[in-house]
Write a protein that binds this ligand. Structure first.
Ligand code: ASP
Length: 291
C-alpha cells in the first residue's frame, strides 16, 4: 500500500503511515480469507479514498478552478483486464467505478462527463465538491492561490495498492485527485495503464505516485514490472528506475511493487512516501509501515 510520495509535514507522517497500515490490513483480510488480489487492492484503495487524510476520493486536491477531478485505475494480472476513470467529476469511490469499467469490459478508460455518465449507469451516486473537499485540501489550495505557499504539485496523498493472492495472481490499483492546482482536464499517470498502474501475472504489479507527467513519459509502471525479469534485488531495481526517471525528466516520485512470487518492495526519491506492507506465507504474517 502507498499513501502518496512528495512531502508530508512531519506532524502528519505517523497518521499517514497508520492509514496505510489500516488499508493494507483491509486488503490482507480479503487475501487471508482466500479472496482475489483484485478484490484486495480495490478494497484497500477504497479504504484510503474514504480517509480524508489522503488525496483520493474524500480529501482529493483541488484543481486550478477549485473543483475536484478524479483519476483511478485497476488492473488484474491474470487476464490483463483493466478499468479506469480520468478527470472524472466528484464521486466518493473512483476505484469502484474503475472496477465496474473492468467488469463491464466494453471499454477500459472513461473520461470526464462520460466517466460520470458511465458511473451513474452502474448505480454510483454523484457527490458534490463540498462533500469530498476537506478543510486541509481547501487551505492548501487557498494558500497557493493567495501566493502564500510555494508548494505546488504533488504533496503526498495519492493512494495505491498491489497484491498477490494465494492462487499466484497479482493486481494493482491507484486512485488520486492528481496534482494540486492542476489544469482542468489534466490527466495524470494514475489511470494510464503502464504509466501509473500495471499488473501482469508473468512478472508482477506496480502502483506509482509522484510527478505524473514523468511517469507517463517514461512508461514507468510497465517498464518497472517487465524489468523484474532481469532484477535480482527488488529495492535496487525500483531505485534504479526512479533514478533513471529523474535523470531523464528531472522529476521524482515513489513506487510499490509485488513480484509474481509474492515478494513486495517499495522505493521513493521524494522526501516522504507513506507505505505499509503485510507479508503472509506458510510461516506466518508480518507487518511494516512508514512514511
Ligand atoms: N501521480 C499523481 C498525479 O500526477 C500525483 C501524486 O502521486 O501525488 O496525478
Amino acid at each position: 500500500m502507498h499513501g502518496g510520495a512528495g512531502y508530508i509535514a512531519a506532524e502528519r507522517r505517523a497518521a499517514h503511515a497508520e492509514g496505510c497500515a489500516r488499508a493494507a490490513e483491509v486488503g490482507a483480510a480479503i487475501l487471508r480469507a482466500g479472496g482475489s488480489a483484485v478484490d484486495a487492492v480495490e478494497a484497500a484503495v477504497r479504504a484510503l479514498e474514504d480517509d480524508p487524510l489522503f488525496n483520493a476520493g474524500t480529501g482529493a486536491c483541488l484543481n486550478e478552478d477549485g473543483v475536484i477531478e478524479l483519476d483511478a485505475a485497476i488492473m488484474e494480472g491474470a487476464t490483463l483486464r483493466a478499468g479506469g476513470v480520468a478527470a472524472m467529476p466528484p464521486f466518493k469511490n473512483p476505484i469502484a467505478i474503475a472496477r465496474a469499467a473492468m467488469e463491464d469490459g466494453r471499454h477500459v478508460l472513461y473520461a470526464a462527463h462520460g466517466a460520470a455518465r458511465f458511473a451513474m449507469s452502474k448505480g454510483f451516486a454523484r457527490a458534490t465538491v463540498d462533500e469530498l473537499r476537506t478543510d486541509h485540501a481547501y487551505d492548501r489550495w487557498r494558500a497557493l492561490k493567495d501566493g502564500q505557499a510555494t508548494e505546488k504539485g504533488y504533496a503526498g496523498g495519492t493512494v495505491g495498492a498491489v497484491a498477490r493472492d494465494a492462487q499466484g495472481h497479482v493486481a494493482a490499483a491507484t486512485s488520486t485527485g492528481g496534482m494540486m492546482d492542476k489544469a482542468a482536464g489534466r490527466v495524470g499517470d494514475t489511470p494510464l495503464l503502464g504509466a501509473g498502474t500495471w499488473a501482469d501475472d508473468d512478472h508482477g504489479a506496480a502502483s506509482t505516485t509522484g510527478h505524473g507527467e514523468a511517469f507517463i513519459r517514461t512508461a514507468f509502471a510497465v517498464r518497472v514490472v517487465e524489468g523484474l525479469a532481469h532484477a535480482t534485488d527488488l529495492e535496487a531495481h525500483l531505485a534504479a528506475d526512479l533514478s533513471r526517471m529523474r535523470a531523464r525528466t528531472g522529476s521524482c516520485g515513489g513506487v510499490i511493487l509485488v513480484d509474481c512470487k509474492g515478494s513486495a518492495a517499495w522505493a521513493r526519491n521524494t522526501e516522504t512516501m507513506s507505505w505499509a506492507v503485510v507479508r503472509m506465507d506458510g510461516a506466518g504474517e508480518s507487518r511494516e509501515s512508514g512514511a
